[in-house]
Design a protein around this ligand. Structure first.
Ligand SMILES: NC(=O)C1=CN([C@@H]2O[C@H](COP(=O)(O)OP(=O)(O)OC[C@H]3O[C@@H](n4cnc5c(N)ncnc54)[C@H](OP(=O)(O)O)[C@@H]3O)[C@@H](O)[C@H]2O)C=CC1
Ligand SMILES: O=C1CO[C@H](CO)[C@@H](O)[C@@H]1O
Length: 320
Protein backbone atom coordinates (compact mmCIF):
# COMPACT_ATOMS: atom_id res chain seq x y z
CA UNK A 1 0.00 0.00 0.00
CA UNK A 2 1.31 3.42 -0.91
CA UNK A 3 1.45 5.84 2.02
CA UNK A 4 1.32 9.65 1.76
CA UNK A 5 3.37 11.67 4.25
CA UNK A 6 1.47 14.49 5.93
CA UNK A 7 3.10 17.79 6.82
CA UNK A 8 2.37 17.09 10.50
CA UNK A 9 4.28 13.80 10.31
CA UNK A 10 1.39 11.34 9.93
CA UNK A 11 1.19 8.70 7.22
CA UNK A 12 -2.05 8.36 5.28
CA UNK A 13 -2.66 5.18 3.24
CA UNK A 14 -3.65 6.17 -0.30
CA UNK A 15 -6.61 3.76 -0.29
CA UNK A 16 -9.10 4.05 2.55
CA UNK A 17 -12.44 2.46 3.33
CA UNK A 18 -15.50 4.73 2.90
CA UNK A 19 -18.42 4.07 5.23
CA UNK A 20 -21.22 6.50 4.44
CA UNK A 21 -24.60 4.65 4.14
CA UNK A 22 -23.15 1.57 5.88
CA UNK A 23 -24.28 0.58 9.36
CA UNK A 24 -25.07 -2.25 11.77
CA UNK A 25 -24.24 -5.89 11.06
CA UNK A 26 -23.65 -5.22 7.37
CA UNK A 27 -20.93 -2.69 8.22
CA UNK A 28 -19.52 -4.89 10.99
CA UNK A 29 -19.05 -7.82 8.60
CA UNK A 30 -17.78 -5.66 5.76
CA UNK A 31 -15.27 -3.80 7.93
CA UNK A 32 -13.91 -7.13 9.20
CA UNK A 33 -13.49 -8.19 5.57
CA UNK A 34 -11.89 -4.85 4.73
CA UNK A 35 -9.34 -5.17 7.54
CA UNK A 36 -8.56 -8.74 6.44
CA UNK A 37 -7.99 -7.44 2.90
CA UNK A 38 -5.47 -4.86 4.09
CA UNK A 39 -7.47 -1.64 4.55
CA UNK A 40 -6.00 0.38 7.42
CA UNK A 41 -7.44 3.82 6.65
CA UNK A 42 -11.12 4.18 7.61
CA UNK A 43 -13.26 7.20 6.71
CA UNK A 44 -16.28 8.01 8.83
CA UNK A 45 -18.12 11.07 10.20
CA UNK A 46 -20.24 11.91 13.23
CA UNK A 47 -23.04 12.45 10.69
CA UNK A 48 -22.84 8.85 9.41
CA UNK A 49 -24.06 7.53 12.78
CA UNK A 50 -21.84 4.47 12.38
CA UNK A 51 -18.83 5.38 14.57
CA UNK A 52 -19.91 2.95 17.35
CA UNK A 53 -19.92 -0.02 14.96
CA UNK A 54 -16.58 1.00 13.49
CA UNK A 55 -15.10 1.45 16.98
CA UNK A 56 -16.33 -1.98 18.07
CA UNK A 57 -14.62 -3.71 15.13
CA UNK A 58 -11.39 -1.70 15.38
CA UNK A 59 -11.10 -2.38 19.10
CA UNK A 60 -11.64 -6.11 18.54
CA UNK A 61 -8.78 -6.07 16.05
CA UNK A 62 -6.53 -4.11 18.41
CA UNK A 63 -7.28 -6.18 21.51
CA UNK A 64 -6.75 -9.46 19.64
CA UNK A 65 -3.34 -8.20 18.47
CA UNK A 66 -4.21 -8.40 14.76
CA UNK A 67 -3.39 -4.70 14.40
CA UNK A 68 -1.94 -2.03 16.65
CA UNK A 69 -3.52 1.39 17.01
CA UNK A 70 -0.49 2.76 15.15
CA UNK A 71 -1.32 0.62 12.11
CA UNK A 72 -4.68 2.36 11.70
CA UNK A 73 -5.53 5.72 10.16
CA UNK A 74 -8.97 6.81 11.37
CA UNK A 75 -10.69 9.89 9.94
CA UNK A 76 -13.86 11.46 11.32
CA UNK A 77 -15.58 14.81 10.83
CA UNK A 78 -17.20 17.71 12.66
CA UNK A 79 -20.80 17.76 11.42
CA UNK A 80 -22.24 20.74 9.55
CA UNK A 81 -24.72 21.29 12.38
CA UNK A 82 -21.76 21.78 14.77
CA UNK A 83 -19.63 24.08 12.62
CA UNK A 84 -19.11 26.51 15.50
CA UNK A 85 -16.10 27.07 17.80
CA UNK A 86 -18.02 26.08 20.94
CA UNK A 87 -19.05 22.74 19.41
CA UNK A 88 -15.70 21.41 18.15
CA UNK A 89 -14.41 19.90 21.38
CA UNK A 90 -17.80 18.53 22.40
CA UNK A 91 -18.35 16.72 19.07
CA UNK A 92 -14.79 15.40 18.80
CA UNK A 93 -15.06 14.00 22.33
CA UNK A 94 -18.35 12.33 21.37
CA UNK A 95 -16.80 10.86 18.22
CA UNK A 96 -13.89 9.49 20.29
CA UNK A 97 -16.31 7.98 22.75
CA UNK A 98 -18.33 6.41 19.92
CA UNK A 99 -15.16 5.03 18.35
CA UNK A 100 -13.71 3.86 21.68
CA UNK A 101 -10.42 5.54 20.78
CA UNK A 102 -8.19 8.05 22.59
CA UNK A 103 -7.43 9.92 19.39
CA UNK A 104 -8.22 10.01 15.68
CA UNK A 105 -5.60 10.42 12.98
CA UNK A 106 -7.46 13.13 11.11
CA UNK A 107 -10.33 15.41 12.16
CA UNK A 108 -12.02 17.29 9.32
CA UNK A 109 -14.48 20.18 9.29
CA UNK A 110 -17.14 18.37 7.24
CA UNK A 111 -18.40 21.40 5.38
CA UNK A 112 -17.61 25.12 5.21
CA UNK A 113 -21.20 26.17 5.89
CA UNK A 114 -22.70 25.86 9.35
CA UNK A 115 -26.23 24.71 10.08
CA UNK A 116 -28.55 24.35 13.03
CA UNK A 117 -30.39 21.05 13.43
CA UNK A 118 -33.72 20.70 15.17
CA UNK A 119 -33.45 16.94 14.68
CA UNK A 120 -30.00 15.54 13.81
CA UNK A 121 -31.51 12.49 12.15
CA UNK A 122 -33.61 14.54 9.75
CA UNK A 123 -31.79 16.58 7.06
CA UNK A 124 -35.03 18.48 6.38
CA UNK A 125 -34.87 20.13 9.81
CA UNK A 126 -31.48 21.78 9.15
CA UNK A 127 -31.45 25.56 8.83
CA UNK A 128 -28.61 27.90 7.89
CA UNK A 129 -26.30 29.39 10.52
CA UNK A 130 -25.23 32.61 8.81
CA UNK A 131 -22.45 33.32 11.35
CA UNK A 132 -19.97 30.58 10.40
CA UNK A 133 -16.46 31.82 11.31
CA UNK A 134 -13.72 29.58 9.89
CA UNK A 135 -10.82 31.20 11.73
CA UNK A 136 -12.52 30.93 15.12
CA UNK A 137 -13.40 27.28 14.47
CA UNK A 138 -9.88 26.51 13.27
CA UNK A 139 -8.34 27.86 16.51
CA UNK A 140 -10.34 25.25 18.43
CA UNK A 141 -9.39 22.58 15.86
CA UNK A 142 -5.71 23.43 16.55
CA UNK A 143 -6.33 23.06 20.27
CA UNK A 144 -7.54 19.48 19.63
CA UNK A 145 -4.13 18.65 18.15
CA UNK A 146 -2.42 20.25 21.16
CA UNK A 147 -4.57 18.14 23.50
CA UNK A 148 -3.82 14.95 21.54
CA UNK A 149 -7.43 14.21 20.57
CA UNK A 150 -6.42 14.21 16.90
CA UNK A 151 -3.04 13.83 15.22
CA UNK A 152 -3.94 16.11 12.32
CA UNK A 153 -6.69 18.45 11.15
CA UNK A 154 -8.19 19.20 7.78
CA UNK A 155 -11.17 20.30 5.73
CA UNK A 156 -13.88 18.91 3.54
CA UNK A 157 -15.90 20.61 0.79
CA UNK A 158 -13.96 23.88 1.15
CA UNK A 159 -12.98 25.79 -2.00
CA UNK A 160 -9.44 27.07 -2.70
CA UNK A 161 -10.16 30.59 -1.43
CA UNK A 162 -11.48 29.24 1.85
CA UNK A 163 -8.46 26.94 2.22
CA UNK A 164 -6.07 29.81 1.41
CA UNK A 165 -7.53 31.94 4.20
CA UNK A 166 -6.81 29.18 6.71
CA UNK A 167 -3.32 28.68 5.30
CA UNK A 168 -2.68 32.39 5.76
CA UNK A 169 -3.90 32.69 9.33
CA UNK A 170 -3.37 29.29 10.95
CA UNK A 171 -0.73 28.09 13.39
CA UNK A 172 -1.29 24.44 12.40
CA UNK A 173 -1.89 24.16 8.65
CA UNK A 174 -4.65 21.97 7.22
CA UNK A 175 -3.13 18.62 6.24
CA UNK A 176 -6.00 17.24 4.18
CA UNK A 177 -8.86 18.39 1.94
CA UNK A 178 -11.62 15.88 1.18
CA UNK A 179 -13.74 16.72 -1.86
CA UNK A 180 -15.92 15.16 -4.53
CA UNK A 181 -13.55 13.92 -7.23
CA UNK A 182 -14.17 11.54 -10.11
CA UNK A 183 -13.75 11.35 -13.89
CA UNK A 184 -16.50 13.93 -14.50
CA UNK A 185 -15.24 16.36 -11.81
CA UNK A 186 -11.46 16.12 -11.77
CA UNK A 187 -10.83 19.39 -9.87
CA UNK A 188 -7.39 19.84 -11.49
CA UNK A 189 -6.87 23.40 -10.27
CA UNK A 190 -7.88 22.59 -6.71
CA UNK A 191 -5.67 19.48 -6.65
CA UNK A 192 -2.69 21.48 -7.98
CA UNK A 193 -3.33 24.22 -5.44
CA UNK A 194 -3.36 21.67 -2.61
CA UNK A 195 -0.19 19.97 -3.87
CA UNK A 196 1.58 23.33 -4.03
CA UNK A 197 0.54 24.03 -0.45
CA UNK A 198 1.42 20.67 1.10
CA UNK A 199 -2.19 19.49 1.50
CA UNK A 200 -3.13 15.89 0.70
CA UNK A 201 -6.37 15.61 -1.30
CA UNK A 202 -8.87 12.84 -0.61
CA UNK A 203 -11.42 12.03 -3.34
CA UNK A 204 -14.96 11.04 -2.41
CA UNK A 205 -17.72 9.52 -4.56
CA UNK A 206 -15.05 8.37 -7.06
CA UNK A 207 -17.19 5.40 -8.14
CA UNK A 208 -20.27 7.59 -8.60
CA UNK A 209 -21.92 6.92 -5.21
CA UNK A 210 -24.65 4.68 -6.63
CA UNK A 211 -26.42 4.08 -3.32
CA UNK A 212 -25.82 7.67 -2.22
CA UNK A 213 -27.35 9.01 -5.44
CA UNK A 214 -30.45 6.97 -4.81
CA UNK A 215 -30.68 7.95 -1.15
CA UNK A 216 -30.38 11.70 -1.71
CA UNK A 217 -31.62 11.91 -5.27
CA UNK A 218 -28.30 13.36 -6.51
CA UNK A 219 -27.87 13.90 -10.24
CA UNK A 220 -25.45 15.28 -12.79
CA UNK A 221 -26.68 18.42 -14.54
CA UNK A 222 -24.99 17.20 -17.73
CA UNK A 223 -26.37 13.97 -19.13
CA UNK A 224 -23.48 11.55 -18.58
CA UNK A 225 -23.51 7.79 -18.08
CA UNK A 226 -22.82 6.24 -14.68
CA UNK A 227 -19.05 6.38 -14.08
CA UNK A 228 -18.71 2.61 -14.05
CA UNK A 229 -20.60 2.43 -17.39
CA UNK A 230 -18.62 5.17 -19.14
CA UNK A 231 -17.35 3.79 -22.46
CA UNK A 232 -13.76 5.02 -22.04
CA UNK A 233 -13.62 3.46 -18.57
CA UNK A 234 -14.99 0.19 -20.00
CA UNK A 235 -12.47 0.21 -22.87
CA UNK A 236 -9.48 0.88 -20.57
CA UNK A 237 -10.79 -1.79 -18.18
CA UNK A 238 -10.91 -4.42 -20.88
CA UNK A 239 -7.45 -3.41 -22.16
CA UNK A 240 -5.91 -4.04 -18.71
CA UNK A 241 -8.15 -6.96 -17.71
CA UNK A 242 -9.40 -4.95 -14.72
CA UNK A 243 -12.84 -3.84 -13.55
CA UNK A 244 -14.22 -0.33 -14.22
CA UNK A 245 -13.94 0.48 -10.50
CA UNK A 246 -10.27 -0.50 -10.48
CA UNK A 247 -9.61 1.77 -13.47
CA UNK A 248 -11.15 4.91 -11.97
CA UNK A 249 -9.53 4.28 -8.60
CA UNK A 250 -6.14 3.66 -10.21
CA UNK A 251 -6.55 6.82 -12.32
CA UNK A 252 -7.10 8.82 -9.12
CA UNK A 253 -4.22 7.40 -7.07
CA UNK A 254 -1.84 7.80 -10.03
CA UNK A 255 -2.50 11.53 -9.58
CA UNK A 256 -1.43 11.27 -5.93
CA UNK A 257 -5.01 11.68 -4.70
CA UNK A 258 -6.29 9.43 -1.89
CA UNK A 259 -9.41 7.30 -2.58
CA UNK A 260 -11.97 6.05 -0.05
CA UNK A 261 -14.37 3.79 -2.01
CA UNK A 262 -17.35 2.48 -0.07
CA UNK A 263 -18.44 -1.10 -0.48
CA UNK A 264 -20.16 -3.50 1.87
CA UNK A 265 -19.82 -6.31 -0.65
CA UNK A 266 -16.92 -8.64 0.23
CA UNK A 267 -15.80 -9.14 -3.38
CA UNK A 268 -16.08 -5.52 -4.42
CA UNK A 269 -14.24 -4.16 -1.39
CA UNK A 270 -11.31 -6.48 -2.15
CA UNK A 271 -11.38 -5.45 -5.81
CA UNK A 272 -11.20 -1.78 -4.77
CA UNK A 273 -7.90 -2.19 -2.92
CA UNK A 274 -6.26 -4.40 -5.57
CA UNK A 275 -5.06 -1.52 -7.70
CA UNK A 276 -1.32 -1.71 -7.19
CA UNK A 277 -0.39 -4.41 -9.72
CA UNK A 278 -0.92 -2.41 -12.92
CA UNK A 279 -0.38 1.07 -14.31
CA UNK A 280 -2.37 3.25 -16.70
CA UNK A 281 -0.30 4.53 -19.60
CA UNK A 282 -0.19 8.09 -20.93
CA UNK A 283 -2.92 7.39 -23.53
CA UNK A 284 -5.29 5.90 -20.91
CA UNK A 285 -4.70 8.90 -18.66
CA UNK A 286 -5.33 11.36 -21.49
CA UNK A 287 -8.55 9.57 -22.52
CA UNK A 288 -9.82 9.54 -18.94
CA UNK A 289 -8.84 13.17 -18.41
CA UNK A 290 -11.05 14.08 -21.39
CA UNK A 291 -14.15 12.88 -19.46
CA UNK A 292 -13.93 15.90 -17.13
CA UNK A 293 -16.96 18.19 -17.48
CA UNK A 294 -16.11 20.48 -14.55
CA UNK A 295 -18.96 21.70 -12.37
CA UNK A 296 -21.53 20.08 -14.67
CA UNK A 297 -20.13 16.82 -13.30
CA UNK A 298 -20.73 17.78 -9.68
CA UNK A 299 -23.24 15.61 -7.78
CA UNK A 300 -22.85 17.22 -4.40
CA UNK A 301 -24.33 20.74 -4.34
CA UNK A 302 -25.64 20.18 -0.79
CA UNK A 303 -29.06 21.55 -1.73
CA UNK A 304 -30.35 18.75 0.51
CA UNK A 305 -29.97 21.55 3.08
CA UNK A 306 -32.65 24.12 2.32
CA UNK A 307 -31.27 27.57 1.50
CA UNK A 308 -27.62 26.46 1.61
CA UNK A 309 -26.71 28.45 -1.51
CA UNK A 310 -27.46 31.63 0.44
CA UNK A 311 -24.91 30.78 3.11
CA UNK A 312 -21.98 33.29 3.00
CA UNK A 313 -19.55 30.36 3.01
CA UNK A 314 -21.30 28.33 0.29
CA UNK A 315 -18.22 26.93 -1.53
CA UNK A 316 -19.46 26.29 -5.08
CA UNK A 317 -20.74 28.44 -7.96
CA UNK A 318 -24.42 29.28 -7.44
CA UNK A 319 -25.17 28.98 -11.15
CA UNK A 320 -23.51 26.82 -13.81
N1 LIG B 1 -16.83 14.61 2.90
C1 LIG B 1 -18.01 14.44 2.31
O1 LIG B 1 -18.84 15.37 2.22
C2 LIG B 1 -18.34 13.12 1.73
C3 LIG B 1 -17.55 12.03 2.04
N2 LIG B 1 -17.84 10.79 1.52
C4 LIG B 1 -16.95 9.65 1.91
O2 LIG B 1 -16.46 9.03 0.71
C5 LIG B 1 -16.83 7.66 0.71
C6 LIG B 1 -17.01 7.17 -0.73
O3 LIG B 1 -18.00 7.89 -1.42
P1 LIG B 1 -19.49 7.37 -1.66
O4 LIG B 1 -20.33 8.58 -1.86
O5 LIG B 1 -19.89 6.42 -0.60
O6 LIG B 1 -19.48 6.64 -3.02
P2 LIG B 1 -18.54 5.68 -3.89
O7 LIG B 1 -18.20 6.45 -5.10
O8 LIG B 1 -17.48 5.06 -3.08
O9 LIG B 1 -19.58 4.59 -4.38
C7 LIG B 1 -20.19 3.67 -3.51
C8 LIG B 1 -21.16 2.84 -4.36
O10 LIG B 1 -20.44 2.07 -5.32
C9 LIG B 1 -20.72 0.69 -5.17
N3 LIG B 1 -19.45 -0.03 -5.38
C10 LIG B 1 -18.39 -0.09 -4.57
N4 LIG B 1 -17.38 -0.79 -5.13
C11 LIG B 1 -17.81 -1.18 -6.34
C12 LIG B 1 -17.23 -1.92 -7.39
N5 LIG B 1 -16.00 -2.39 -7.30
N6 LIG B 1 -17.97 -2.14 -8.52
C13 LIG B 1 -19.24 -1.65 -8.62
N7 LIG B 1 -19.84 -0.93 -7.66
C14 LIG B 1 -19.14 -0.69 -6.52
C15 LIG B 1 -21.23 0.56 -3.73
O11 LIG B 1 -22.10 -0.55 -3.62
P3 LIG B 1 -21.76 -1.84 -2.70
O12 LIG B 1 -21.52 -1.34 -1.31
O13 LIG B 1 -22.97 -2.67 -2.86
O14 LIG B 1 -20.54 -2.47 -3.31
C16 LIG B 1 -21.97 1.87 -3.56
O15 LIG B 1 -23.27 1.80 -4.14
C17 LIG B 1 -18.09 7.63 1.57
O16 LIG B 1 -18.45 6.33 1.95
C18 LIG B 1 -17.68 8.55 2.70
O17 LIG B 1 -16.82 7.88 3.59
C19 LIG B 1 -18.87 10.63 0.63
C20 LIG B 1 -19.69 11.68 0.29
C21 LIG B 1 -19.50 13.02 0.82
O1 LIG C 1 -20.43 13.00 3.77
C1 LIG C 1 -21.58 13.21 3.47
C2 LIG C 1 -22.54 12.14 3.18
O2 LIG C 1 -23.86 12.41 3.46
C3 LIG C 1 -24.28 13.62 4.03
C4 LIG C 1 -25.76 13.76 3.99
O3 LIG C 1 -26.40 12.60 4.47
C5 LIG C 1 -23.54 14.75 3.41
O4 LIG C 1 -23.91 15.97 3.98
C6 LIG C 1 -22.10 14.55 3.56
O5 LIG C 1 -21.25 15.54 3.18
Amino acid sequence: MKILKLRSGGEMPIVGYGTWTASGDVLENALNEALKSGYRHIDTAYLYKNECTIGKVLNEWISSGRVTRDDLFVVTKLPAYATRPEDVEKYLKESLQNLGLNYVDMYLIHSPFGLFAKDQTDLDTMVIDYDTDHLAIWKVMEKQVDCGRTKAIGLSNFNAKQVQKLLDYSRIKPDNLQVEHHIYLQQTELVDFCRDNGIVVTAYSTLGTKDGKKRLNLNWSKGVPEILENEVVLRVASKHGKTPAQIVLRFTIQKGVVVIPKSTNSQRLVENIQIFDFELDAQDVEDLERQDVGDKGRLWWFTIFAGVKDHPEYPFPKEI
